[in-house]
Design a protein around this ligand. Structure first.
Ligand code: FAD
Ligand code: UDP
Length: 397
């Protein structure tokens, strides 16, 4: 094997590390991935019947307030001016999300200004103190009051987590902002947009360096394959971005994840729902939302079919063995197991655990890229240029 570094996983974390090491340190980097394509979960492909870019593992919206990450990513792709907005269907009516003045006024059949809406929500939310909320339901009611909670959050959350919101941690909901203006931008970040030529073109640019070799269909944990953990670890430094529990043969037990099932369909109409993402708040349908991908790229309309569209219904459930791990469930048991895996990772000299699966953390793309840049600066540069030992320091986010 002619490599100075082996990177396991070709998602944003792995490819960012690989690119930096090849360009800055002149290392020969071998990237392996068990899938038959690069890019991890951000991978996308153009659906042939409609000419529309579909994100195979769920819709991916890029957004960041991290200037370093923004500068860095702009070297590999340009971004469109897309601004993410989401709507929610509740009892046959469509409302804008996140909950904002438009949602509140439509819901209460009112024409409140910001002060009156604030007072109304404060009165409704007064039933529970936020600081005393001990689960998701209490937290949500303490923030927005019971009527809005029961309409937009309760059933959606139960569908998404297959768990009663009273049994979910309060933190899950802190991500849902409420605005007392008509602004319904989904994200608050400084920078936002979609890669002009698509996610796969961006990811391919990251890997496009003469010192980077990508080997697909290669499971690093499959000891029957020529390039595997047993033969490589200890010989060549490894960046491992697969699931941390699998790396250690699940000795501390398997970490739990939620997975998604996607039902993709081409429909004989140009425009199915008029927006990129429609959430379904109620339990009358089993899916949480429908994505209609053409709306992510209005600037590509000339390339899109004018009489067909592609949609994707999203269903959420607990992952079982063999399912794609998407969102860490993070129960108390998971957290205890993760600590045990971190201890094992510390002892695995020469291997760094990174990325979403390697750290068991929900990381947005900009976070995975930012973490990879930090690992490069703080671990890989000192190791390769000054000979400092490569120790993971546990699991590196
Ligand atoms: P991944 O992309 O998961 O890559 C890990 C790679 O490792 C995979 O290719 C896998 O095949 C490979 N691998 C695993 N085990 C092995 C092994 N044993 N041998 C070889 N290869 C292996 N982020 C946003 O910023 N905006 C969004 O809108 C957004 N939406 C998302 C929607 C969904 C449904 C999901 C699941 C994630 C979303 N994300 C979003 C997060 C985004 O996908 C991650 O930030 C990003 O993919 C993290 O990159 P990564 O390299 O850590 O992991
Ligand atoms: N949520 C909700 N109703 C919605 C959208 C979100 O109740 O219409 C809640 C739900 O509990 C979800 C959380 O807010 O888990 C975070 O939503 P987000 O859309 O950010 O989640 P993601 O896109 O990561 O699935």
């Amino acid at each position: 094997m002619n490599a100075d570094l082996v990177v396991v996983g070709s998602g944003f974390y792995g490819l960012t590390v690989a690119q930096r090491c090849a360009e800055e340190l002149g290392l020969e980097v071998l990237v392996v991935d068990r899938r038959s394509h690069i890019g991890g979960n951000a991978y996308s492909e153009f659906e042939p019947e409609t000419g529309v870019e579909v994100h195979r593992y769920g819709a991916h919206l890029f957004h960041t307030s991290n200037e370093r990450v923004w500068q860095h990513v702009n070297r590999f792709t340009s971004f469109t001016s897309y601004v993410h907005k989401v709507y929610s269907t509740y009892k046959g009516e469509v409302y804008p999300l996140p909950i904002n003045l438009g949602t509140i006024n439509q819901f209460f059949r009112a024409a409140h200004g910001p002060d009156a809406a604030r007072a109304l929500v404060a009165e409704l939310a007064g039933e529970i103190e936020t600081s005393e909320a001990s689960n998701l339901e209490e937290k949500a009611i303490s923030l927005i009051g019971r009527p809005l909670y029961e309409a937009f959050i309760k059933d959606y959350t139960a569908k998404q987590w297959q768990t009663d919101p009273r049994d979910l941690p309060a933190e899950v909901i802190s991500r849902l902002p409420v605005r007392y203006t008509y602004d319904n931008r989904y994200f608050n970040d400084t920078h936002e947009g979609l890669p002009t030529k698509g996610y796969t073109a961006w990811l391919e640019n990251l890997a496009d360096h003469p010192k980077i070799t990508v080997q697909l269909d290669t499971d690093f944990l499959d000891l029957s394959q020529p390039l595997n953990k047993r033969d490589v670890v200890g010989q060549v430094p490894v960046i491992y971005t697969g699931p941390v529990d699998e790396y250690f043969d699940n000795v501390e037990g398997a970490l739990s994840w939620r997975t998604l099932d996607f039902e993709q369909e081409v429909l004989p109409t140009r425009d199915f729902q008029g927006c990129p993402v429609m959430n379904y708040a109620g339990d009358e349908v089993p899916y949480t939302r429908i994505h209609e991908f053409r709306h992510f790229h209005p600037e590509r309309e000339a390339q899109h079919s004018q009489d067909k569209t592609v949609i994707m219904r999203e269903f959420s459930r607990f992952a079982e063995k063999g399912d794609e791990p998407y969102y860490p469930v993070n129960t108390a048991e998971d957290r205890a197991r993760l600590l045990a895996y971190r201890d094992l990772a510390k002892g695995e000299t020469g291997t760094i655990f990174g990325g979403r699966l390697g750290t068991y953390k929900y990381l947005d793309m900009h976070m995975a890229i930012g973490a990879a840049l930090s690992t490069f600066d703080n671990k890989l540069v000192p190791h390769f240029s000054k000979g400092e030992p490569l120790v993971s320091g546990g699991v590196d986010a």
